[in-house]
Ligand binder design. Sequence first.
Ligand SMILES: [Zn+2]
Length: 379
Amino acid sequence: MGGKGSLTVARIRGIPIRLHFTFLIILPYLAYILAKTSPSLARMAGVRPDALLLPPLALGALLGVGLFVCVLIHELAHVFVGLRGGAKVQGVTLMLVGGVSEVTEFPARPSFEAAMAVAGPLASLGLAALCLAGFHLAGAGVADLRFSLYYLSFMNFALAIFNLIPAFPMDGGRILRAVLAMLTNRVRATRIASWVGQGLAIVFLLAGLYSLNWVLILIGVLVVAGARAEFEMVKSGSVMEGLTVASAMLRFPPTVEAGDSLASVLARMERELKTTYFVLEHGALVGAVSAEDARRSASSPSFARAADVMRREVPTLSPEQDLASASRTLRTSGMTILPVTQAGALVGSVSFSTVAAAVRAREAARAVEPKAPREREAT
Ligand SMILES: [Zn+2]
């Protein structure tokens, strides 16, 4: 879930906050739904519907924005606690279904992973309590304000509870996995958490079909997909266990100079059959230029240089980094090859094909190795 189809609207402590295009669709929809249901919601809040000053659609739009600010705070709570525990976060994207933090590396210690997962629902519960307190303090004040605080308190509470469901991709799934990982290893913890999640998914699906409740059905589908994705991720991680970036790194990565003309870069791509070049300026890595970047700027003036068309935000890897986390970074980067740097100098590159080759080599080596005693015990 990279930056495709989304717009960076802000940066908080260097982390890009993006709006996904689906967010622009859901906002008018939310405003419409809120406008339609505002009379009954107002009665629930103990506010007379005719006391509302704002037109229902305007109030709906405001509450939609308020809700997404709350979702953003929930995601940032995960991110800030995660960063303290050593997580790597590439960005937060607000989209159709809420917020998604693009975490390329979770904290290694289960206790930190649990803290990171719990931070979001705790933030939502805190917001719910704050809004509820505000609702009571507002007394018989402006109806719109009381109504808004009541609504946001309810929604934040619902968000916290929903996320505490112990199934991936909800936070509860991560909390469960982290707790299990303290008792056993991470792969087995994920397997058990994934079973629990899929069991719950079946309950949601059956209950949804029985009551014809499409929200329950949707949650069921989401949880099945989440459980599978999480397990695949950890399983492929376990094949890579012990492998580092150095084992999948090619030396002498293809480079061009920032001042090289676009025409010469294109000529080299054709001649050397490479689709991405790292861009150096005074020996330092400043970006990367891919065939797509070049094609997108095909209409650039003839004097365009590599630096004019290159992509500046390029994640870098280090040779000692574990390969599993590097491959996650690669997958979320939207690039096919990433630079490896050491003490600021470019020393190599890792691509999907070199990662696959390293994994295949590892599997082949394991196949000819005599079976480890631990594996024999298991059978
Ligand atoms: Zn969360």
